[in-house]
Design a protein around this ligand. Structure first.
Ligand SMILES: *Cc1c(COP(=O)(O)O)cnc(C)c1O
Length: 484
């Protein structure tokens, strides 16, 4: 293989008209991919055997692969393409900024126009306009690393440097860098890296299906929040700096806490003077029908981590919104905070975010999730929950999960689960992928989080395809003798 071969030579034809998209040599692309590209969170032996699906184009809620096949993207990329694919105005904004000023740093008493404009806009959009400062990063993981460093710096400045412990949750996801993976509670990630790092502890997740047997949802929400108080008392309240959680756990499988949970978490944090951090990397920018998930869940955090939807994934960007309590010490009297990234406040990324937020506002997409598409998705998923393979369905805004079971029951605690090693979620995901819809499988939970630009007609199209693939999955697991 001549490694200087330009990408263009891997295409077997050029587009003749808009109706005849360019074609690709899929086999050769897959060979190169397997030979050289280490993918995130991927079993490479399995990928080599199968060959990666090559995604070449997107428009609205649809993707096209190198074989010309159209796919509904039920996952908005990776929970991030909130305004949908193919937005020329974002490309134009980035293009113009790259020509004007592609990069300059913000380290040494300099700034750039898109970054300061975006900071001011985020301050205005933040819950209660109570977050008047923002620290920019390149990703959600870097945002949560920033959270850890910022929280510890805050307590130094507050004269309580011994407060250095952060508490997260089992099955929470906060990213993949060392600190972010430690804050997260993914056992598999911890096992491969000697994590968590010292000073990070975890409590259980507020999953009613998992832990609420024999309790009302409201009682379970209070009990699950109480685990935080137990942990604080176990560690010593004078040692605990902050608690971090996602309003709705995304990667953990769309775990929607009872309404009683977050206000009680806030009350407990206040009782012991502990900072509360909302990881809004998925929930922020409209996913739950509010600009930020904490607004729906009824709590006011001290810090907000964001990424993904801030640019709809068109260009990488993340950051931390800083509330008054931390800003007062850190931004107004703290001296130099020795932390930052080359790409903090990258002009092109900030230009993408400004245009993305303009679209979200101009098209009323956040309100549409609350008033129209969110309730519509909830109704469609409630209908899918009647399928023999589905135990229960949960939705919150445009995030939703179906739990696959071998036997249905009256309530979430009465279903007969599949054995994890049967990997029925992955089997279902395979049928979805082959039939033109992307859903994510988290164990037996089948997840969607489509672009916020999805229409009700497209939700119908998505739900129809999901039902057809559930039928195919049911046929297969029935043939294997796995149904109750
Ligand atoms: C994706 C995600 C992250 C990590 O963001 P990256 O941009 O992948 O580093 C952090 N928190 C949550 C809740 C996420 O979903």
């Amino acid at each position: 293989m001549n490694i200087t071969t330009p990408l263009a030579s891997l295409r077997t034809g050029a587009p003749e008209t808009a109706a005849a998209p360019e074609t690709f040599d899929t086999r050769e692309l897959q060979r190169l991919d397997s030979a050289h590209y280490l993918h995130p969170f991927t079993d490479h032996a399995a990928l080599r055997a199968r060959g990666a699906r090559v995604i070449v184009r997107g428009d609205g809620i649809y993707l096209w692969d190198s074989e010309g096949k159209r796919i509904i993207d039920g996952m908005a990329g990776l929970w991030c393409v909130n305004v949908g694919y193919g937005r020329a105005s974002i490309a134009d904004a980035v293009h113009a900024q790259l020509l004007q000023l592609p990069f300059y740093n913000s380290f040494f008493n300099t700034t750039n126009v898109p970054a300061l404009r975006l900071a001011a806009l985020l301050a205005e959009l933040s819950p209660g306009a109570a977050f008047q400062h923002v620290f920019f990063t390149g990703s959600g993981s870097e945002a949560n690393d920033t959270v850890l460093r910022m929280v510890r710096r805050y307590w130094q400045l507050a004269g309580q440097p011994q407060r250095d412990i952060l508490i997260g949750r089992r099955n929470g996801y906060h990213g993949s860098t060392v600190a972010a993976a430690s804050l997260g509670g993914m056992a598999g990630m911890h096992a491969q890296g000697g994590l968590p790092i010292p000073g990070i502890h975890h409590i259980g997740q507020p999953s009613y299906a998992e832990g609420g047997r024999g309790m009302s949802e409201a009682a379970f929400g209070l009990a699950a929040a109480g685990w935080l108080e137990d942990k604080i008392l176990e560690l010593g309240p004078e040692r605990v700096a902050a608690f971090i959680g996602e309003p709705v756990q995304g990667a953990g499988g769309v775990i929607i806490p009872p309404a009683t949970y977050w206000p009680e978490i806030r009350r407990i944090c206040d009782k012991y003077g502990i900072l509360l951090v909302s990881d809004e990397v998925i929930c922020g920018f409209g996913r739950l029908g509010r600009w930020f998930g904490c607004e729906l869940m009824g709590f006011q955090p001290d810090l907000i981590a964001f990424a993904k939807g801030v640019t709809s994934g068109y260009v990488p960007l993340g950051g931390v919104l800083v509330g008054a309590r931390v800003a007062q010490l850190l931004a107004e009297q703290g001296g130099e905070f020795q932390h930052g990234f080359t790409y903090s406040g990258h002009p092109a990324a900030c230009a993408a975010a400004l245009e993305n937020i303009r679209i979200l506002r101009a098209e009323g997409l956040v309100e549409r999730v609350a008033q129209e598409t969110g309730p519509y998705l909830k109704a469609c998923f409630a209908a899918l929950a009647t399928h023999p393979l589905v135990g229960h369905a949960e939705t919150c805004g445009l995030a939703a999960a179906l739990t696959l079971v071998r036997g249905k029951g009256a309530g979430v605690h009465d279903c007969a689960p599949f054995a994890p090693q049967q990997a029925v979620g992955m089997l279902c995901r395979k049928h979805m992928f082959e039939n033109g819809i992307i859903m994510r499988a988290v164990g037996e939970r089948m997840i969607v989080a489509p672009p916020l630009s999805i229409t009700t007609a497209q939700i119908d199209e998505m739900a129809e395809r999901i039902r057809a693939c559930l039928d195919l999955t049911l046929d297969e697991v029935t043939a294997r003798g796995w149904m109750a």
